[in-house]
Design a protein around this ligand. Structure first.
Ligand SMILES: Nc1nonc1C(=O)N1CCN(Cc2ccccn2)CC1
Length: 246
């Protein structure tokens, strides 16, 4: 998969994509992240990429022309058609479901706005999708782009090792994760739950699923409402609720 990133801060984006699972995915050529800086396509001596907002008011807006040239160069750089995403608070909220759909695409591009955003005419003409990583205001689209690169990159076939992919599979079903513990078994802060030391893998799986269901019920009931529970999950959640009610 190829991800192109249009950004005024290419070094930052390359560093985000160079570490951990995503960095390894790039080394394994499972993923390619390519940055494009609109300042390289600004034609004036000052490499201007922003202009005063029409109608007055504070702040600057990213100009059409440098972005148009940047997008043209980006599109021409590879034969694959590209799905262009603009990061903004006005976008649809990013979900794991959308991440999984994006991860199946051969090529996406992420347009990172700065200042007060991008000229609406450019967005209307060029952008396929607007996405938000949450209802808060950042300084630019780069952190949203980094989130998408990480969430999509780790889903590339071969990016995760067996343990990571097992974890990903067991909890990418819309539930919150269960608690995790490491040695020491006994600590001043408390003990590791006995079932995790039992070697009974079926019991451990049930315990983890019960904790995941219970946590989701306690902390994110909205996620539970979105999904049907099978017989085992319903029984485990009822058990958790009874224990929690006492
Ligand atoms: N929340 C988010 N999820 O993705 N991106 C964000 C986010 O806060 N930002 C900051 C402002 N940038 C520029 C901007 C300003 C106004 C209108 C449109 N664009 C975009 C990216």
């Amino acid at each position: 998969m190829r991800i192109d990133v249009v950004t005024l801060f290419p070094d930052f984006m390359r560093q985000c994509a160079a570490v951990g699972v995503v960095g390894r995915a790039q080394q394994r050529e499972l993923l390619q992240v390519q940055t494009w800086n609109p300042r390289d396509y600004a034609t004036d001596n000052y490499r201007t990429v922003d202009g005063r907002t029409c109608g007055g008011g504070p702040g600057m807006v990213m100009l059409i022309e440098p972005l148009r040239k940047t997008l043209e160069a980006m599109r021409e750089a590879a034969p694959k058609p590209v799905h262009l995403i603009y990061l903004s608070p006005q976008g649809a909220r990013l979900t794991q479901g959308r991440v999984e759909a994006l991860a199946e695409m051969p090529r996406i591009a992420l347009l990172c706005g700065r200042y007060e955003g991008v000229d609406e005419r450019l967005l209307a003409h060029e952008v396929d999708e607007e996405l938000s990583i949450g209802d808060y205001v950042l300084s630019g689209g780069e952190l949203g782009a980094a989130v998408i690169i990480d969430a999509v990159g780790r889903l590339q076939e071969g990016a995760l090792n067996d343990a990571q992919s097992a974890e990903q599979d067991s909890f990418s079903n819309g539930l919150l994760d269960c608690p995790h513990y490491a040695k020491p078994v006994h600590d001043a802060l408390g003990d590791v739950p006995e079932v995790l030391l039992s070697g009974d893998h079926a019991a451990i799986r049930r315990w983890r699923l019960k904790q995941s269901l219970g946590r989701t019920w306690l902390r994110r009931p909205d996620l539970l409402a979105q999904r049907a529970l099978d017989k085992e999950s319903r029984a485990l959640l009822d058990e958790f609720r009874r224990e929690h009610a006492q």
